[in-house]
Design a protein around this ligand. Sequence first.
Ligand code: KDO
Length: 329
Amino acid sequence: FQTLAAAAALVGLGALISPLAQAQSKVLLRISTPAVPDDWHGKMWTVFKDALDKSAPGEFDVQINLNATLFKQGTEPAAMARGNLELSSISAFDIAKQVPEFSLFTAGYVIRDPQHQAKVFAGPVGQEMFKLATEKMDVTLLTPIYLGTRQVNLRDVRDVKTPADLKGVKLRMPGSKEWLFLGEALGATATPLAFGEVYLGLKTGTIDGQDNPLPTVRAAKFYEVTKQLVMTNHLVDGIFIAISDKAWKAMTPAQQQKVQAAANAAAAYNNENRIKEEAAIVDFFKQQGLSVTTPDVEAFRRHVQQAYAGSDMAKTWPKGMLERINATK
Ligand code: KDO
C-alpha cells in the first residue's frame, strides 16, 4: 500500500512538475518597449510571437511588455546588458550613447524617405554601422524598422514658417543629448520628457508641443490635446529590433535563424502598415479639428543641417559616411 501511495504521489507530482519543467526549458524572450498597443511597432510584437509559435511550437516563451511597463524608455540597452531583458526596439539615439558614430542617424534631414532609409540600412553603410554597434554593445541588431517621419505637433496654433517661429516654444523631446540637440536645431527650446508623460504634459501645458511620426500622434492620442501639426518632415526615423548578446549566444543556430525570421516578419508588418497609414493620415487629423500647416521646409533643412555640420557629433561620424548616405539612390 505504501509503495502504491508513494507511486501515486510521484505520478501526481510528475504531472505537476512536467509543465513547469517544460516552461523552464523554454527560451525566455522578454520584450520591453514604450510603444503603445495601437501603434504598429507595438502590434508587430504579436506578429513576432505568432511567427515563433508557428516555426518553433513550445520552444520560446515570448513575453510582450508595451507602454514601458517593464523598463523605462532608453534604459533597455542597459537592461539587456545586465541580462534582465532579451529584446527591444532601440533607437539610433539609444545606440549613439555607446556608439557615437550612430548619431549620424539622429541628425535631421539626412535620410530622405522610407525607401532611402531601407536602401541605406540594407547596403554597405548599414552593414558597417550594424557591425560597429554589435561590436561595441552587448546587443545584436536584428533588423531596422521604419518608425515614421517626425513632424512638429503643437498645443496651440502658431504661424510657423521658419525655425525662428519656434523660438521659445517648449518642445518636448525624449531625454538624451542627441534628442535635445535635434529640438534646438529646429529652433525650439527642447524640453526632456519620457514618452509616457507627453499626453499629460500637453494637456496641462507643461510643454507647448512634441514631435513624433503621425501614426504615433494618432495611436498615443496626442491629437486630443494638440491643435496643430507643422509638417517639417525633419527626421525620417528608424528603430532597430535588438536582442541581448547573452540571449543570442545561448541559442542554437536553428533558434537564431527562427528568431531572425520572426523579427523580419515583424519589421515587414510594421513597415508596410506604417507607410500605408502615413500616406493617408492627414485627413484624420483634419477631421479631428487640427490645423495641418506646411512651413518653409527648405529653411528648416538649412538651419538643421548647419547646426549638425558644425557640431561635435559630426566629428564622430565615420569619414565619408554622410556623403555615401547622400549618394545612396
Ligand atoms: C518618442 O519618445 O518620441 C519616441 O518616438 C522615440 C523613439 O525612439 C521611440 O522610443 C518611441 O518614442 C517609442 O517607441 C514610442 O512610440
